[in-house]
Design a protein around this ligand. Structure first.
Ligand SMILES: [Zn+2]
Length: 392
C-alpha cells in the first residue's frame, strides 16, 4: 500500500520515493511509489498534477488495493529513486475549496439541521447538494456563519480514531468505513471523516462566497467559491459590470431597474412601429393590386420589408382583390417568402411554396390560403421567374 504523505502533511509539495511498479497502459505509464504526496481523485476532490522524476503526472487514481496510481508520460522503472513535486497552485486551490465545503456544510447542518448529500468540485466552482430546499435567508445566514469561522482563523487538525471513538465524538456525518478513520476537526465547529486535503487554519480559506442556488432532486444545489476562486469570479463580474455601466450609466444596484425601463421603452417603440407598418402595408398592397390588373397571380420582391411585413402586404392585397393570389419575397439573403390567396382564388398557396422549396431548397409550409418559408438558395430574380412560370 502506498504511504500517503498528504494524509499527515497536506502542505508537502516535494518528496522522494522509490518506484514500486511501472506498467505501460495506453501509451502512458501507470506508476506506483512507496510513498507519495499526489492526491488521487476521490471524495469530490480532483487529483493533483505535477512531476515524478521529471515526468508529467496527468492523472492520479485511487486503486481498490490501496495503491495510488500515477499516470505519467515518461520513462520510469521499478527501483528508480525519484523526486516528486505537486503543482502547488492547483493543490492549494483544491485545499481551499475542500475545507470551505466542510465549513459551509457544517454551517447548514448546525444552523438549520440540513445535511449535505454530496459534494462536487468543478473547474471554476464547487457545489454541495443539500437534503432539502433552503430559503434565501437561510443561505445568507449559513454563508455569514461559515465566514465567521473562516475569519476566526480556527485550527484544522487531522486526527485518527476508531469508528466507535469517532461516533462518540459526534461527527457531522456517520462514516460507512470500518477500521481507523481519518478525522478532520475544524475546532469546535465540524468533525468529519475525510481522506482529502485541508488548510491548517480556517483563515487560509480566505472567504466562502455562494455563487448560485438552484432546486435539485427535492433539495438545493448550492454553488460556492472559496479563496482564489471567489476573487476570480469577482474579477469576471467586475469586468461585466463595468461593461454594462458603460451602456447604462447607472450604479450596479440600479441596473436591473434600468434594464427593465429600457425593455418597456423598446416594447412601446415596437408597438408604434407595428402600427405604422400595418398602415404602410395597406398602401403597398394597394399599389400591388394596381400592378396586378388582369392577372390572377403575381410574384414580386418587396424591398425593405421583413417576413412579418410581406405577410401583412400579402394579406391586405388578397383581401382587396379576392380573386388574386400573391407570392412575395423579402430582399434579404436568403429571401423569405409568403404566399397568400384570396377567397375566390383556386391557387393552393401551400403547394406553391412547396414547389419553390423543392426547386431552391429552403423550408416552409402552410395551408391553401396562406404559406410561408425561407432559406431558399438562388437569386430573387430566378425565384420570381420560377414562380411566374409555374403559376401564370
Ligand atoms: Zn475533507
Amino acid at each position: 500500500m502506498t504511504n500517503r504523505i498528504y494524509y499527515t502533511e497536506p502542505y508537502r509539495r516535494t518528496f522522494d520515493a522509490t518506484v514500486t511498479s511501472a506498467e505501460p497502459v495506453g501509451g502512458k505509464l501507470h506508476v506506483t511509489l512507496d510513498q507519495t504526496s499526489f492526491y488521487p481523485t476521490s471524495g469530490g476532490q480532483p487529483f493533483d498534477t505535477g512531476t515524478i522524476g521529471g515526468a508529467a503526472v496527468v492523472d492520479v487514481i485511487d486503486r481498490e488495493d490501496g495503491e495510488v496510481v500515477h499516470v505519467v508520460s515518461g520513462t520510469l522503472k521499478p527501483g528508480d529513486v525519484v523526486s516528486g513535486e505537486i503543482d502547488w497552485h492547483r493543490r492549494f486551490d483544491h485545499i481551499q475549496q475542500h475545507t470551505g465545503q466542510h465549513v459551509l456544510s457544517a454551517a447548514f447542518d448546525r444552523l438549520f439541521g440540513v445535511r449535505t448529500e454530496s459534494f462536487h468540485m468543478g473547474q471554476a466552482s464547487a457545489t454541495i447538494d443539500l437534503a432539502r430546499e433552503v430559503s434565501a435567508s437561510e443561505i445568507d445566514k449559513a454563508e455569514a456563519d461559515a465566514n465567521r469561522i473562516v475569519w476566526e482563523d480556527r485550527p484544522v487538525t487531522i486526527r485518527f480514531a476508531t469508528a466507535e471513538e469517532a461516533a462518540a465524538m459526534g461527527m457531522r456525518k456517520e462514516s460507512a468505513r470500518t477500521g481507523t478513520l481519518r478525522l478532520i476537526d475544524v475546532q469546535d465547529y465540524d468533525l468529519s471523516a475525510c481522506g482529502g486535503t485541508h488548510v491548517e487554519r480556517t483563515g487560509a480559506i480566505g472567504v466562502i462566497a455562494i455563487g448560485s442556488v438552484e432546486k435539485f432532486r427535492g433539495g438545493s444545489r448550492v454553488e460556492f467559491l472559496c479563496g482564489g476562486r471567489a476573487l476570480e469570479r469577482f474579477k469576471v463580474w467586475r469586468g461585466a459590470l463595468a461593461a454594462m455601466q458603460k451602456h447604462l450609466s447607472v450604479p450596479p444596484t440600479d441596473m436591473a431597474a434600468s434594464i427593465e425601463r429600457l425593455q418597456d421603452d423598446a416594447k412601446a417603440v415596437q408597438r408604434t412601429l407595428r402600427g405604422f407598418q400595418e398602415k404602410l402595408a395597406t398602401h403597398e398592397a394597394d399599389a400591388l393590386v394596381g400592378r396586378s390588373s388582369g392577372r390572377s397571380f403575381v410574384a414580386e420582391v418587396i424591398e425593405g420589408w421583413d417576413a412579418q411585413g410581406i405577410k401583412a402586404i400579402a394579406a391586405a392585397a388578397v383581401a382587396a382583390r379576392p380573386d388574386l393570389a400573391v407570392a412575395l419575397l423579402t430582399s434579404t439573403t436568403p429571401p423569405q417568402a409568403v404566399v397568400a390567396r384570396g377567397t375566390q382564388s383556386s391557387i393552393d398557396a401551400g403547394a406553391v411554396l412547396k414547389g419553390l422549396a423543392a426547386q431552391f431548397g429552403g423550408k416552409g409550409g402552410g395551408k391553401p390560403d396562406l404559406a410561408q418559408g425561407g432559406g431558399f438558395n438562388g437569386p430573387a430574380a430566378e425565384l420570381i421567374a420560377f414562380l411566374l412560370r409555374s403559376h401564370s
